[in-house]
Design a protein around this ligand. Sequence first.
Ligand code: 5AD
Length: 332
Amino acid sequence: MNDFSRKEIIDILRDDTLNSWLFNYADEIRQKYVGNEVHLRGLIEFSNICKNACKYCGLRCENKNVERYRLTPDDIVKTAFEASKIGYKTIVLQSGEDAFFSRKILCNIIENIKNFDVALTLSIGERSFDDYKAFKESGADRYLIRIETTDKNLYSFMHPNMEFENRLNCVKSLKDLGYELGTGCLVGLPEQTIESLADDILFFKESDADMIGIGPFIPHPQTPLKDAKQGNFILALKVMALTRILLKDINIPATTAMETLNPNGRIIALQSGANVIMPNVTVSKYSSKYEIYPNKPCVEDNSVNFKKNLEERILSIGRVISKDYGFRKKTK
Ligand code: 5AD
C-alpha cells in the first residue's frame, strides 16, 4: 500500500473505527523511514511582539492584555549557547512578526549562534525574499512557516490583512533558497472541513516539505475565537499520522498543542508518526508571556531536569535520543 487518494484520506479522517490501524501504520512507516531516533530542538521564543491579528492567536496585536517582551540580541545568543551546552543540536528561533528584528540584526544573531555547532531554524513569519536569502547566507538551515489552512476563504477570515498568495510565495521562496522547509496546519478551526484537511495533507506532499507541524486549535480567551469549540486531539493526531504515511522520511514534531490537550500527548504523538520534540529553552519569565494559546506547558520545560525527564520518557517507549543535527535524510 502506498499513497492514499484524496477520497481515501477523507474516508480515513471520517472513520474513527480505523484509528488504531492508522496510528500503527504511521508508527511502522516512521520506524522504517526515520528510525528510532527522536530529535530534540531547543525553542527560543525571543519576542512576543507581533504586527498581525490572526484571529486564533493570543499574541495578535489587538490583544492589549499581553505584556510584550523582546529579548536583546545578546540574550538570544546567550540562551542559544546555554541550550547548545546542555546538548541541543538544533536551535529554533521563534517570534511574532516584530519589525525591530531587521535583516541586519537577525543576520548577526544567526552568525553568532552558528558558532555553537548547532543547526538553526527560524520561525519568524513572513519576510521578503531578500531577507530569507540573507538569513540563509548567514547560516540559517531551516524555516518553519505553517500554511495554517489551505482553505482560502478560511485563511482570509482567520488572517485579517494577510494574503494567502503571499504565504504560498513565502513557502516556495524558502524551498527555492535551499532551506529545509517546515510547514503545517491547525486542526479544528471553526468552519474548517475534513475536505480541506485532506487538501492540507496533499499540499504538504506537493510542496515537498521537510518538516510538518500539526496542532489542534485551542481557543484563547483574549481573541475573537474565545467561545469557539476546541480542536480535537484525535483528529489532529490522525492528520499527523496521514502526513507521516504520505511524506514518509520527513521530520514531524509531537507538538506542544497536542500535549496541552492530552497530558501524554507528546508520547502518543511519538507513537503515531512523530520523531521530533521541541522543548522550550526560553527563561520562564518570558515563555509564560508567549501565550499563543492558554495552558501551554512551557514553564516546566526550561530546566536541565525537564530535559532529563523527557529523555527518560522517550527511552521508556523504546526510542533513543538523537545526537546529530537531525536533518531530513531523503530516501528518494
Ligand atoms: N491554538 C493552537 N495553535 C495555535 N497557533 C497559534 N494560535 C494557536 C491556537 N490558538 C499556532 C499557529 C502558528 C504556531 C506558531 O502556533 O499554527 O503557526
